[in-house]
Design a protein around this ligand. Sequence first.
Ligand SMILES: [Zn+2]
Length: 653
Amino acid sequence: MTAGYPFSAVVGHEDLRLALLLNAVHPTIGGVLVRGEKGTAKSTVVRGLAALLPAVTVVDACRFSCDPAAPDPACPDAPHDGPAVTRPARLVELPVGATEDRLVGSLDLERALTEGVRAYQPGLLSTAHRGVLYVDEVNLLHDHLVDLLLDAAAMGRAHVERDGVSVSHAASFLLVGTMNPEEGELRPQLLDRFGLTVEVAAARDVDARAEVIRRRLAFEADPAGFAARWAPEDTALAERIAAARAVLAAVRLPDPELRRIAALCASFDVDGMRADLVVARTAVAHAAWRGGDEVDARDVEAAARLALPHRRRRDPFDEPGIDEEQLQQALRDAEPDPPDPDGGPGSGNRPEDSEVDGPVADGGRQDSAGGGDQAPTRPAAVPDPAYRARLLSVDGIGEGAPGRRSRARSGFGRTLRATQGHGHGLHLVGTLAAAAPHQLARGRTGAGILLRRTDVRRAVREGKESNLVLFAVDASGSMAARKRMSAVTGAVLALLLDAYQRRDKVGLVTFRGDGAELVLPPTSSVDAAVARLRRLTTGGRTPLADGLLRAHRTLVTERLRDPRRRPLLVVVTDGRATVPLRSGADPVADALRAAGLLAADGVASVVVDCEHGPVRLGIPARLATAIAGAHVRLDELSADHVTGVVRAARSAA
Ligand SMILES: [Zn+2]
């Protein structure tokens, strides 16, 4: 076996290491979500941790890693008569393209029906039982799978239900997910089901960076020798994990500390009670880890720092993370009341006090626009969440990644009918109906129905797919009248929020002055699009044709990268083209030709008509005809909502 990089040899990443160790001590904390850019040694640290976990004793013949001392009574591989073996705790990786079958296991109903065998193929949740489940780029996993994953992590069990047959088995594991926020956020309702979150970044300090490289090179030159040098530290950590586990149940959580936790969570305005429980479990694990037998203020602070950042109530476009000053203030405010009830000026827990200078976030009052110097906690121009941008969708039926925009054939969604061809999962009724007419000819005598493989029918399902929404926004001088442009950015922001909710990828091309620019290459990070849009510069001439060609090139490249994701192009312009492709040519004719190219490629498009003023040329409507797309006036797109958005933007400015 090749030696892995030792956990103790990792430089820096104190928060990440502590979060992992505390989960190793107390797996019901609920896992760790690691946020940060690529190339920050996240997987190295997780692998290192797995090597420190105590070995597990399992029933050799059980595919679900049952403990011989306490086998799972519902285990599909019961009864457990075979010999026991002891093996290291496993590290299981869930690949980002994994299917539901791969994760939770699959019931082979074809075999069950035709051969009469009970065929359940365990998934990765069972392989990870009593070990570590590592999910790189968990934010790119389909919501449905993340949901299954977090359910299993929370309950310590996995359930598989297909076509009326169900299997349940123990699945208790340390869950570690990583994500790069640049590639798209995890939905807030999934985010807060991870126990702890840590932000990681490469060290900025030169000495630390040099040490990282020095150790890495030493490891690569001689992995076994390097691991041997660090073995005493790793062994000590492994022993400390085992010792902390052993005393965990005896650690006391005194009432004042429990109240401190409750006050802390209340002041952070978190949803529900999950945060309080996670902070409490983490504080207990922290006390066990440092060798204490009772939780104190240090344990609560360490727990809060790891458990609260991702739980603040927030909008999709809010920056995640926790303000250190806010945390310190909240810890001071949450200082338990002294035993003397006449405590005097020290007690800072009354609501009047926090109204004045407390860290309590403004829980959504909309009428405080003129309300003094309190820094706004959310971006100003985010549309009212109640507002739904008009749904622009791609016609026909695609096969793209699951989402919420256009119709698509997919493994998710509702069942339409049975087919003998390609489908998703078994269609039981269709299969039985196909077999029924042949029963006499096949010589059926008993109660059981006689099935052949040719009877098997599969389900055709239809769900929704996500798309690539590429915006081509005219930022030229003719659009740049202040009021006009804020209406445009308001409408595009509303569409971006809509795209976020539908799990679309988005991209942004702008054109102004001498040419077009791909300001934001297609990405799942709507936050990045919002940031780019806010920094938009305007003015100059109108190279409309170049803008359309840039959009076309972007879509061609993206089709190679992600062929099944169908694009929707949204062109936002007043049509007043002034820059031709070659000098001397007619700029409008060039723009219409470029539009024809997009139409010939079958790109679904919408032209958002921003023309205004007394003299109208009607070019956006001609553009829509040439591009074979829909023509929508800016005010139709979002009606009174745009004014609302503009008002919000103005009141913040
Ligand atoms: Zn078992």
